[in-house]
Design a protein around this ligand. Structure first.
Ligand code: SF4
Length: 267
């Protein structure tokens, strides 16, 4: 690999600097207030996606205990959320959703279930119709305790960018031991979920007919309520991957609807 090929793109999205961010106008979640359960100084993720808007993952997984010290406590999260929602209500700015996302993979947070339950209680005080959602990369969905936490949410948006382990390794570069069959089984057991699938072209391409066909097989197996088909919105970590045009995304969405029998939307 040539040296310049691993340089990050310029103009990456800066990391979130606190626990609560936004609200941001999301393509998929409306006006959404974000919750970052992860460190503010670095991205903490179990994947190292070539398209990540935050750049490369330098500290994968949650195993070293020093990383636990970098995480907020559930009480801090709820206090910050209370303050943010109180201010939004005072400004008469209703939100559509409160979303766990932020600087990496939110299911790596050790007190996830307790925090979700608390967030729903706070949400009920201010904007009871707002959905509490998560954007997850699915890497931990094989664990029952994670699935139990995820089931507490109103909306679970779970990643699956390809149908083969080989292609997932090239797109998402999982850092934790990764077994696609466990992920698929976990997603099936999770129940009601939205699948998010990001398509890219360039150095890695998951839009060719064979890749799409294998992905559709997996979608049929999981049978989500909805598939979100989308491409890059911001600069990727690896500048050699390219955004997929809207027509191609619409063809993929039409194909998955036809062949897997699930609703699909293009963003
Ligand atoms: S899962 Fe999300 S945060 Fe993690 S590397 Fe991929 S795009 Fe970035």
């Amino acid at each position: 690999m040539r040296r310049e090929s691993i340089q990050p793109s310029s103009q990456l999205l800066p990391l979130q600097s606190g626990i609560i961010y936004g609200p941001v106008r999301s393509r998929r979640l409306g006006l959404s207030l974000g919750i970052n359960l992860l460190p503010c100084g670095y991205k903490l993720c179990s994947f190292n996606c070539i398209y990540c808007q935050y750049g490369w993952t330098t500290k994968p997984t949650l195993a070293p205990t020093y990383q636990l010290r970098d995480l907020p406590r559930p009480g801090d999260v709820l206090a910050e959320l209370w303050r943010a929602l109180d201010a939004l209500r005072a400004q008469e700015e209703p939100i559509d959703s409160i979303t766990f996302a932020g600087n990496g993979e939110p299911t790596l947070y050790p007190d996830l279930a307790e925090t979700i339950a608390g967030v729903k209680r706070v949400r009920d005080q201010f904007f009871p119709s707002a959905k509490v959602a998560i954007l997850s990369n699915s890497s931990t969905v094989g664990r029952e305790e994670v699935r139990e936490a995820l089931r507490l949410l109103d909306l679970r948006v779970m990643k699956l960018d390809a149908g083969s382990e080989e292609l997932i390794r090239r797109i998402n570069a999982p850092a934790l031991p990764f077994h696609l069959e466990e992920i698929i089984s976990g997603l099936k057991q999770l129940g009601d979920l939205t699948l998010q699938s990001l398509f890219v072209q360039g150095r890695v391409n998951n839009t060719d007919p064979d890749s799409v066909a294998i992905w559709i097989e997996r979608v049929r197996e999981i049978h989500p309520s909805l598939v979100q088909v989308y491409s890059l919105d911001r600069n990727p970590a690896d500048r050699r991957v390219r955004k997929v045009d809207r027509f191609t995304l619409m063809c993929i969405a039409a194909q998955v609807q036809r062949e897997a029998g699930v609703e699909a939307e293009v963003y």
